[in-house]
Write a protein that binds this ligand. Structure first.
Ligand code: ZN
Length: 162
């Protein structure tokens, strides 16, 4: 059974977030994967409780598990906990910076990921999607996003959650 659990874990680890091109694992969304008998239980922590991508995340997890273990029932549970930018793995952070997201980590600034300038402007909490806050850089003119729940986004929208 542990072989099966490893296979299911590996499959879940390949699932990409619907909005951000890194895996749910690197995003810190996958919290636990357990296979007991014919049942796989996958615990996910949503980046936002209201995130409209949750249904798609669950669908992708189901699909991934079925691809390696077609006989296993899949249950996706949502952890009611606050996702933080610091939940993103080191590898995930590198990818986010490369594709033009603000550093999601603790104490990260809103500095432009393209030129490093701190002279940036938030387009406001309601300018982006449910999961992102858009920024623009006054120095190089780039636009980029910060994930809501990350330090950068919290700074831009006054630390409010909800
Ligand atoms: Zn810039």
């Amino acid at each position: 059974m542990s072989d099966l659990q490893d296979r299911v874990r590996a499959a879940v680890a390949t699932v990409e977030d619907p909005e951000v091109p890194i895996t749910l694992q690197d995003l810190g969304v996958v919290r636990d994967v357990r296979v007991t008998g014919g049942q796989a239980r996958v615990v996910l922590r949503p980046t936002r409780l209201a995130c409209p991508a949750r249904g798609e995340m669950a669908r992708r997890v189901h699909e991934a598990v079925r691809s390696v273990a077609p006989d296993v029932d899949v249950e996706v549970d949502w952890e009611i906990a606050t996702w933080r930018g610091s939940d993103v793995s080191g590898r995930g952070t590198q990818v986010l910076l490369q594709i033009g997201y603000a550093d999601p980590g603790v104490g990260a600034s809103t500095a432009c990921p393209f030129c490093g300038s701190p002279d940036v402007r938030s387009e406001g909490a309601f300018g982006g999607s449910v999961c992102k806050v858009p920024f623009s850089c006054r120095s190089c003119g780039s636009t980029y996003d910060a994930l809501k729940g990350s330090t950068a986004a919290a700074a831009a929208i006054g630390g409010t959650r909800g």
